[in-house]
Design a protein around this ligand. Sequence first.
Ligand code: DGL
Length: 267
Amino acid sequence: MNAAPLGFFDSGVGGLTVVRAVQELLPAEDIVYLGDTARLPYGSKSPETIRQFADEDSRFLISRGVKAIVVACNTATAHALPGLREKYRLPILGVIDAGVDAALANPDAGRIGIIATRGTIRSHAYQHALALRRTGLIIHATAAPLLVPLVEEDWIDHPATEVVLRTYLDPLVERGIDTLMLACTHYPLLIPVLRKLLPADVSLIDSATTCAEHLQRELARLDLLAPGDREGGLEIHLTDLSEEFEALARRFLKKAPGRIHRAVLGS
Ligand code: DGL
């Protein structure tokens, strides 16, 4: 089982930020990635729809023989993780708990800002996970739906992105946040701009790095780490193939994605 691949899914190619972090930390692991590009975005859909999509995504990965699944999408983690864990017997990890643990590893973290899709914010998954772990936290959660399209357009350094970020973040900064949780797959790409816009003492927590570290601990605990000194492969499957997705995948992965396969779910 250790030699079996890890399965990742996301609504699109954003979850490749998590894959990139995992490849850096666990280079021997083979990875099968599913991006549900035909049905993105997930961030604006209802919880029922997200749960149905996440179930179909998981079944696709299980049919490829994966040893564990990473729900590399904040919105899908927020709505679907508990149901998937109940239904399937293999280890299934999300991106929320690891980020919350990382934020609270700082004993002084007390005023937490969260930016995410509407779906993630409305689910209250981050707010609950934080409040369960530490009492007395002051939490400010803001839906930031314009950020995904700006990142996908590669407008990272565009003045429009700075205006949008300031509009979302100024109220959080005014409330004195000490930590900002980047609760969406796309936001790690905004870190350089965020560092410029935010006061230097605000800690940034991104779900990609924290999830990779959590996955490493879990695989070690379950004795499921890939054997040996080898370089794992990456197989990308998308439910819709278009030229944009290939270019986007390259930006999220920071390298060529290799051959991308068309996935047909439910077959
Ligand atoms: N992957 C989604 C997330 O992390 C963002 C993109 C979408 O809305 O589908 O919440």
